[in-house]
Design a protein around this ligand. Structure first.
Ligand SMILES: Cc1cc2nc3c(=O)[nH]c(=O)nc-3n(C[C@H](O)[C@H](O)[C@H](O)COP(=O)(O)OP(=O)(O)OC[C@H]3O[C@@H](n4cnc5c(N)ncnc54)[C@H](O)[C@@H]3O)c2cc1C
Length: 576
């Protein structure tokens, strides 16, 4: 096979135009006598946008072509202007060998976010029947709870934008790009797997893949069904509450079923649990729910960055953890047309995706401000998970067609800002900011026009930028939210960004707070076998401090599954 790069087509081109272009390029390989058209198949490897000569915008393609070897050799021998090279397709390979440590019961995975889900997906394909504990609801129920929260403010601390089937990323923009460079093809495997379970095939090759919440919900459901069909068990409304170990080795896992099933039989009939012997469930419902004990020596902690009660429990249980730096800030909204005009040279563009941006500024007070989780054509969302505390984030639907673009503008913080070296000091710092945001907005998302924020006066009505927010909002003076030097740095940066994107510093740009859950405030220490200080416990994904974003969390889930397969032999019942 050969690969041809740098194939340019104007924005708005028809799908067939790419084939026509490749036909022409391959003709160059035809011998003078060759009359018949060349037989070949091609696959898009990459598609990106070139806006350097805006408003003239191009799509740039790289394709893999499978054709007659004489044609390939001819093209490779006299490249001329053609950007052609030999192409060897590299595919992620599932782990082959099994380990030799006996597994007790079944592997248990806490969390059904990307990390937990991909860990379960790999384990299932290799014959391990994981049990997935998820404190939140299954996605259909979760959507109702989140919609109700955004409508009425009624928060379910156990099932919300952070917690529930699919994890934190379910109500997101579903951006899938990651900076993690992986030689084993795990990145592409994650994208191809999302396509296998229903995402658009373009995410496998576009430079900036994104799924959008409306599609991601169905992808998560399809993956769940596949995992169940292949021996996995999902226990929703089931919170991991502890574990028992002996001489540093995991022996048992504890959880509580908080769903509204009344009797054990209900849970069985509801398919929440099956009659497997590897766990017991209390006959009577305790204060928090039904107590569950699971005998196992293999536990994956894919708990996400917001599992604060679980971080506390793990710390108290003596699991080795470290404080971890992260970033906090505010989320800013602009008319999407302002960003399109800057990036594409025109405000309206049906032939192009809503434009995005990535900005960084090192400010005069030494703080650096950067844009994070930019959502073109998206919404600011109330992403809270604790009563009396308010955090925001961003999301969009696959169409990315809201009138506004939004992005977090965040500043790095560390133990100096937390005021303590305690492992959980960062988590408490987040909590304090979120309590302030909750008070400032009277329980709603606090917002302010940039001009007023700069001048330190509260806003009372929007300007040209109409809020696109999921959840109720109220006007406030956001200068009271973050430490002053962060406010100063954000103001200076917005003005600086106004020099890069015209009108970025418009008076009516809308700010909202607080963006506090940018990544985990802790790192759960793990060794080269990806095991924690307790043998058999595997910290995994964003919450454990080893990923940032949907794709890198999924890749970490795959890595942990590989380690489990390499250590434990298949459960007897599966070792046919
Ligand atoms: C609104 C929003 C938008 C985002 N947008 C993007 C984006 O566009 N692109 C991107 O790459 N990233 C985005 N992110 C970040 C991304 O969602 C996370 O990086 C990713 O989901 C991390 O995956 P994870 O599996 O490690 O953890 P999570 O997805 O957080 O999943 C952890 C799961 O564990 C469960 N859990 C926690 N504690 C327990 C317990 N004790 N018992 C049982 N279950 C438990 C939780 O309920 C949760 O479902 C966004 C996040 C949010 C909140």
């Amino acid at each position: 096979m050969i690969r041809i790069d740098n194939i340019k087509l104007p924005a708005g081109h028809a799908e067939a135009d790419l084939k026509k272009k490749i036909d022409k390029l391959l003709d160059m390989g035809k011998s003078k006598r060759g009359k018949d058209s060349i037989r070949y198949s091609f696959r898009i490897l990459r598609q990106s946008i070139d806006a350097r000569r805006k408003p003239e915008i191009f799509y740039v393609y790289s394709v893999a072509i499978d054709t007659d070897s004489r044609i390939e050799d001819k093209l490779l021998s006299n490249k001329g202007k053609l950007n052609v090279s030999k192409y060897i397709h590299k595919q992620y390979e599932l782990p082959l060998g099994y380990g030799d440590t006996e597994i007790i019961g079944r592997p248990v995975i806490v969390g059904s976010g990307p990390a937990g889900l991909f860990c379960a997906y790999i384990l299932c394909q290799c014959g391990y029947k994981p049990i997935i504990l998820e404190r939140g609801e299954c996605v259909d129920e979760r959507i109702k709870s989140v919609d109700e929260f955004w409508k009425s403010g009624m928060l379910k601390p156990g099932s919300n934008v952070q917690f529930g089937e699919g994890g934190a990323g379910t109500f997101s923009d579903g951006k899938l790009n990651t900076g993690v460079n992986d030689k084993n093809g795990r990145n592409q495997y994650v994208l191809d797997t999302f396509v296998k379970f229903g995402a658009g095939r373009e995410i496998a090759y576009t430079a900036k893949p994104h799924i959008g919440t409306d599609v991601l919900v169905n992808v998560v459901k399809s993956m769940r069904e596949y995992i169940k069909e292949n021996g996995g068990t999902f226990m929703f409304d089931t919170r991991f509450t502890g574990f028992a170990s002996d001489t540093g080795e995991l022996k048992e896992v504890y959880a509580v079923y908080t769903g509204n099933g009344y009797y054990k039989s209900d849970l069985i009939s509801e398919g929440c649990i099956d009659t497997d012997i590897s766990y017991t469930i209390s006959d009577n419902k305790g204060e928090a729910g039904y107590d569950i004990r699971i005998r196992t020596n293999c536990l994956v902690l894919a708990i996400g960055h917001s599992a604060r009660d679980t971080f506390k429990m793990l710390k108290d249980k003596g699991i080795e953890m470290k404080q971890k730096e992260f970033a906090v800030g505010l989320r800013i909204q602009h008319p999407q047309s302002v960003i399109n005009r800057s990036q594409y040279g025109r405000e309206h563009c049906d032939d192009l995706p809503a434009a995005d941006y990535k900005l960084t500024d090192h400010t005069s007070n030494g703080r650096s401000v950067y844009s994070f989780c930019m959502c073109p054509g998206g919404y600011v969302v109330n992403a809270s998970s604790e009563e009396g505390r308010l955090a925001v984030n961003g999301m969009s639907y696959s169409g990315r067609n809201s009138t506004n673009a939004n992005s977090a503008l965040i500043v790095g913080v560390d133990s100096k800002d937390f005021g303590s070296e305690d492992v959980l000091a960062g988590m408490e710092f987040q909590r304090r900011l979120e309590e302030r945001a909750y008070r400032l907005g009277n329980g709603k998302v606090p917002i302010q026009r940039f001009g007023d924020f700069r001048d330190g006066v509260a806003s009372n009505k929007p300007g040209k930028v109409i809020p696109q927010i999921k959840g109720a909002y109220d006007y406030a003076d956001l200068r009271e939210l973050l430490p002053d030097d962060l406010n100063e740095a954000i103001i200076e940066s917005i003005e600086h960004f106004g020099g890069i994107i015209k009108d970025y510093d418009m008076e009516d740009a809308l700010l909202a707070g607080v963006e506090s859950r940018t990544s985990s405030p802790v790192r759960i220490v793990r060794n080269d076998e990806l095991m924690s200080s307790i043998t058999g416990i595997y910290p995994c994904g964003e919450g454990a401090g080893y990923a940032g974003g949907i794709t890198s969390a999924a890749m970490d889930g795959i890595k942990v599954a590989e380690k489990i397969i390499g250590k434990y032999r298949l459960p007897d019942s599966n070792a046919e």
